[in-house]
Design a protein around this ligand. Structure first.
Ligand code: SF4
Length: 373
């Protein structure tokens, strides 16, 4: 639990950020409650430009493979899953996954995100087979980001192995990194509302810490826009910053807003100004995470373009398949590049580890400028 004493001036807090000083949770809360969102955006933009090139915005291309829609976790906001008794549920065989990946690879995807429900009918060997066959049949160059903490916890309990051993086996089979999925709001009161059967806050932290210890790095996120309080948003960010201080395993952070998917779950309208302010606070408070993504898939291009001028340096991705969210996402590389150009930046393709060199076009420099050869 984070203690929030009162803090007087938003300008002095923003000055601290500009001076490179770390801000306290209470100061982040003051920004959230009292600061002018344009001022937060401006300082966030300047801090962003110290960490990454002011001229470029990155993107990647990846295929999402939802390997199973069966799940018994019953998150109140989720319209994706099917109970085990359902006839509508989908469970993909390794062959079907390879088929999807091979088509995605033809469209230029060299990154895949494997995501599913918690499917008790899948043995641990299934995951190992999928990972190793993607690498052997599509190619070693395919980067596999896979399995949120709740899926990993299920593998731990169903396999009878320690989490460390589970992760080592998955890594050996081909898993390269982990998503920040399933964090939503890392505060127990909210987790009881959203998904009481899902990984608790401490379990989520334990799984992520173990992943990072095993060299499985990735992203972290927050999903807000329901019944959470401003204090709970900052508490979530504090937990992520603390974990990052210990492991350094988060390459990027992504603030999302909830989408209305089910009747069981309250979603409020998050004004664009609030989204942009939270995004800016993420940039300022999470001083130990270099990259900040704005998710066009959820917020759309208009606000996404503003976010790039308010602290974000990445548009999340060109996603080739997405079943979990109603998507406003960009569906082709050319559209991603056009969007970034139109927003005033030079587009640079990256992989899920934020490496860009492998995609630089002839004569293109890392800061987006054409190099003089
Ligand atoms: S969000 Fe994930 S864990 Fe929760 S019900 Fe949906 S598929 Fe299951």
């Amino acid at each position: 639990m984070v203690f929030f004493p009162k803090h007087p001036s938003t300008d002095s807090i923003l000055e601290k950020c500009l001076g490179g000083e770390r801000i306290e949770p209470s100061e982040a809360l003051t920004l959230y409650k009292e600061a002018d969102f344009l001022k937060v955006m401006e300082v966030s933009r300047r801090v962003r430009n110290r960490k990454v090139s002011s001229k470029t915005v990155t993107y990647t291309i990846f295929q999402i493979v939802n390997y199973s829609t069966f799940c018994n976790i019953d998150c109140s906001f989720c319209s994706f899953y099917e109970p085990y008794s359902s006839e509508k549920g989908i469970r993909l065989s390794p062959e079907q996954i390879i088929d999807k990946m091979s088509k995605a690879s033809e469209q230029g995807a060299d990154q895949v995100f494997l995501q599913g429900g918690v499917d008790e009918n899948l043995p641990f060997d299934y995951y190992l087979e999928v990972l190793s066959r993607i690498k052997s049949e599509i190619g070693r160059h395919i980067h596999i980001r896979a399995f949120s903490p709740v899926e990993l916890l299920h593998m731990e309990s169903s396999s009878g192995m320690s989490l460390k051993k589970v992760l080592q086996n998955l890594k050996e089979a081909g898993m390269d990194s982990v998503p920040g999925a399933g964090a939503e709001i890392l505060v127990e009161r909210m987790r009881q509302i959203l998904s009481p059967k899902k990984a608790s806050t401490s379990e989520w932290i334990r799984v992520m810490e173990s992943c990072h210890e095993e060299g499985l790095f990735g992203s972290a996120n927050i999903v807000f826009g329901s019944e959470e309080t401003p204090e709970e948003i900052i508490e979530h960010l504090s937990l992520v910053r603390g974990l990052q201080d210990r492991t350094g395993g988060f390459l990027s952070f992504i603030p999302w807003t909830f989408q209305k998917q089910t009747k069981k779950f309250y979603v409020r309208d998050v004004p664009s100004t609030e989204y942009l302010k939270v995004l800016g606070i993420c940039r300022l408070f999470l001083d130990n995470i270099d990259h900040l993504e704005t998710s066009l898939m959820v917020i759309g291009k208009g606000v996404g373009s503003l976010a790039l001028h308010g602290g974000a340096d990445d548009i999340s991705s060109v996603v080739l398949e997405e079943n979990v969210l109603k998507s406003y996402g960009i569906k082709s590389e050319q559209k991603a590049r056009d969007f970034i150009y139109e927003s005033g930046f030079h587009p640079l393709r990256r992989n899920l580890l934020y490496e860009t060199d492998c995609y630089l076009m002839e004569g293109e420099g890392r800061d987006g400028k054409t190099e003089v050869l």
